[in-house]
Design a binder for this molecule. Structure first.
Ligand code: MTE
Length: 391
């Protein structure tokens, strides 16, 4: 109990001796007691781990930044630790001067650092028809937020004399075996937001996240954030590559496929209490979670504890940045009865995150991608928290 716990008087051995020397871990590691908080694969989700995904443990993170070692991974053909001295970026297509850049060339250029979320279009994709996974790590963990450092792609295209009149699209190509190529409309590049990035959270990108070079396309689904970026082509029409004609398309209720739905719409999720957790006691509990929108800033998050009948405003913790994760918190006193916890986000365009009922009316249940429905967590009398769906 907070009053008079005798443990405060029993000095542990370590507090009376000399501790470990500096640089015992030249690259710092988390405490041994935090070993359980790691990226995890979903058992049985994919046939081979080289073409798979590991999920960020959202349930154990604070604030808005994802530690680099816990940033989710999605590889179509495995990852490589690429030698930056041998890596090159080629610019070709509708440009006056085709060019090939080394990493040294790129890192001399004026750089910017921006905080943005990256969410795989398939995040929450298992939940379209029904409850499928037990925890927020698996339901929403293809989501991370980092500070990315790099050169605006616009600057590089300017240097190459891109034909912005005819060249209304770019193709980004990765160097791995997956032949990952994605079309991106030139307006996004012209806005200055698209970065050719080498930095993440103050250091070089991690190999799993595209070291030494990746594209950053704020607000757009993760697949367009091409890793191990080796080529940008300027063209006059979308390429219709395999990952935009066959994959990353949305099956609509009338059987038609919707293509090029790249923006990640406004979404939120309560990360604690969340599925798989246990409320140990009645009384005060902080309800906390994350909200984000590919269209700009989050303006409001409401929380419900009765499955969406009544809503109360959550506190948005700053900084609230466009196309970045926004942390929210909400006070709650649990009286030991069953509850259904939900969060609902609104972005600066006025768009309100839909319920499952609303989303399915428009999108059906056959899609994989772009599920931004309101997530429900059921708190049982036992204190156990589980995944449920509320229309
Ligand atoms: N780029 C290349 N070259 N190869 C890939 O397999 N996967 C894409 C994208 N860029 C991929 C890629 C997908 S589907 C996603 S969701 C993001 O990278 C994941 O980025 P991350 O692994 O840094 O989380």
């Amino acid at each position: 109990s907070p009053k008079g716990d005798p443990a405060i008087l029993e000095l542990p051995e370590w507090s009376t001796t000399l501790g470990q020397p500096v640089a015992a871990n030249p690259y710092g590691m988390p405490s041994q007691f935090e070993r359980g908080l790691v990226r995890r694969q979903s058992p049985g989700l994919t046939r081979v781990p080289g073409s798979s995904v590991s999920f960020t443990p959202l349930q154990g993170l604070f604030g808005m930044i994802t530690p680099s070692g816990l940033h989710f991974e999605r590889h179509h053909q495995g990852w490589h630790d690429v030698d930056p001295n041998r890596h090159r970026l080629m610019i070709n297509g509708l440009v006056k001067t085709e060019a090939v850049y080394t990493m040294d060339d790129l890192m001399r250029l004026p750089s910017v650092s921006r905080i943005h979320f990256i969410e795989c279009g398939a995040n929450t994709g298992m939940e379209w028809g029904n409850v499928a996974v037990p925890t927020v790590q698996y339901s929403h963990g293809m989501l991370s937020c980092s500070e990315f450092t790099g050169v605006p792609l616009k600057l590089i295209l300017d240097m190459c004399g891109a034909d912005y009149k005819k060249g209304r699209y770019i193709l980004a190509e990765g160097a791995d075996g997956s032949s990952m190529t994605r079309t991106i409309p030139m307006e996004m590049v012209e806005s200055g937001e698209v970065l050719v990035a080498y930095g993440m959270n103050g250091e070089m990108l991690r190999p799993e996240n595209g070291y030494p070079l990746r594209l950053v396309v704020p607000g757009v689904q993760g697949v367009s954030w091409v890793k191990w970026l080796r080529r940008i082509e300027v063209g006059d029409q979308p390429w219709g590559a395999k990952d935009e004609a066959v994959h990353y398309i949305d099956m609509m209720p009338d059987g038609v496929h919707r293509q090029y739905t790249s923006i990640q719409e406004c979404k939120s999720v309560i990360t604690s209490p969340s599925g798989g957790q246990l409320l140990l006691d009645k009384g005060f509990h902080n309800i906390t979670g994350l909200a984000w929108s590919g269209r700009g800033k989050i303006t409001r998050v409401d929380v419900s504890v009765d499955g969406g009948i009544n809503w109360m405003p959550a506190r948005l913790e700053g900084p609230v940045l466009p196309k970045a994760l926004t942390r929210f918190n909400c006070d709650w006193v649990w009286d030991g009865k069953p509850y259904i916890l939900q969060s609902r986000a609104v972005d600066e365009t006025g768009y309100v995150q839909p319920s499952y009922g609303q989303l399915r009316k428009v999108r059906g249940t056959s899609s994989i991608y772009h599920n931004n429905a309101i997530q429900s967590w059921k708190v049982a009398e036992s204190g156990e928290v589980g995944n449920v769906q509320v229309l």
